[in-house]
Design a binder for this molecule. Structure first.
Ligand SMILES: NC(=O)c1ccc[n+]([C@@H]2O[C@H](COP(=O)([O-])OP(=O)(O)OC[C@H]3O[C@@H](n4cnc5c(N)ncnc54)[C@H](O)[C@@H]3O)[C@@H](O)[C@H]2O)c1
Length: 320
């Protein structure tokens, strides 16, 4: 069985990747538990507590065929105030350390998380060829990943380094992320507790909500392909865009409730993303990816899988 190291493996996307692929790969999850939770992982997954910035921790893993690098400072608000220096250091240091460790240990491919935040308010649909100007520090770190991968791959073309610009990912195992979790999770936690979800503006802003199981399927296609991908970068989304009002209606339906949102003036004065809508033709054409999970089914599944005892905090808690 081929072996995979997943950094950030106890986090939201990482744990879903590990659990969904446990039958076909031998997987080790490395996580420093900054945000992750070991309980996200099923027992077949080998868990190592450690820091992806440290070669000595990576050396504990042994030989692997692939590395999926998801560790890092995973959202823009984490770079505010005291998080600024740590956010940059953690994200950049972990990426370059993992990259170099992987090549020196004969890894076939490194796959890593970039972000759709890079697109800011570019006109939809968002295409990989668009010019991007990262609108915040978080997005800057991901653009650095992409440029660094391109340079590294020129010098060492034997190892593919493939980036993914995830759209708005939702699904199981987000409880540990609290206020950094996807809006679908936060709205589910609110409505599940009979609280009104807090919505910035009129709720007509849209996102390309993508189920984490589709994200895992897309990454797995990139691992399996025999095509040489170099330092390619792919959008992962659905190609559909949905408003927050539609999301709240779907969550209410799933719970059998009718809780109305609390609309507030948008506190984000600059760069708030109004529309997110991916063009997924590149990954569809090159890797055969097709999103399978209908949003309504994904929301029903999420409502059924909620672990209310594990919820840390949702954004609406800040406004009560
Ligand atoms: N969730 C989304 O919608 C989304 C969208 C675009 C990009 N991404 C990117 O995908 C990746 C995974 O996102 P997620 O939503 O699962 O976030 P997450 O915060 O749940 O997962 C990241 C994990 O990395 C761990 N971690 C952080 N620094 C580490 C380090 N130095 N060493 C070891 N572990 C470390 C954290 O404890 C956490 O478990 C992140 O890089 C994020 O920026 C996520």
């Amino acid at each position: 069985m081929e072996k995979i190291l997943v950094t950030g493996g106890a986090g939201f996307i990482g744990s879903n990747f590990c659990n969904l692929n446990k039958e076909q790969y031998q997987i080790t999850a490395l996580d420093n538990l900054f945000l992750g939770d070991v309980d996200n992982l099923e027992e077949e997954i080998n868990f190592v507590e450690g820091n992806a910035c440290q070669k000595s921790d990576l050396n504990k893993i042994g030989k692997v065929d692939y590395v999926l690098h998801l560790a890092g400072t995973s959202s823009a608000p984490m770079f505010m105030d005291d998080g600024f220096v740590d956010g940059y250091v953690n994200s950049i240091q972990s990426f370059v350390t993992v990259l170099d460790w992987a090549r020196k240990n004969g890894v076939k491919k490194v796959l890593y998380a970039s972000t759709s935040s890079l697109y800011g308010n570019n006109p939809p649909p968002l295409v990989e060829t668009q010019h991007v100007i990262p609108p915040n520090h978080y997005a800057v770190t991901k653009e650095v990943y992409e440029h660094c991968s391109a340079c590294y791959n020129k010098v060492y073309p034997e190892m593919d380094i493939i980036g993914f610009r995830f759209m708005s990912v939702y699904g199981k195992n987000e409880e540990a992320k609290g206020i950094y979790a996807n809006l679908i999770s936060q709205f589910c936690w609110d409505i599940g507790r009979d609280l009104a979800p807090v919505v910035y503006g009129d709720g007509e802003q849209t996102r390309d909500f993508t189920n984490v199981r589709d994200v895992v399927a897309a990454i797995t296609l990139a691992i399996k392909t025999e095509k040489k991908l170099g330092a390619d970068v792919f959008n992962i989304g659905t190609g559909r865009t949905t408003s927050l009002n539609q999301i709240i209606a779907a969550i209410n339906k799933s719970f059998g409730k009718s809780i109305q949102p609390q609309y507030i003036e948008n506190p984000v004065k600059e760069g708030y993303v109004e529309t997110q809508h991916a063009d997924i033709s590149k990954i569809t054409n090159k890797l055969g990816y097709k999103p399978k999970i209908q949003l309504e089914d994904g929301i029903d599944e999420q409502v059924k899988n909620l672990r209310m005892d594990k919820i840390r905090q949702s954004s609406s808690d800040n406004f009560r």
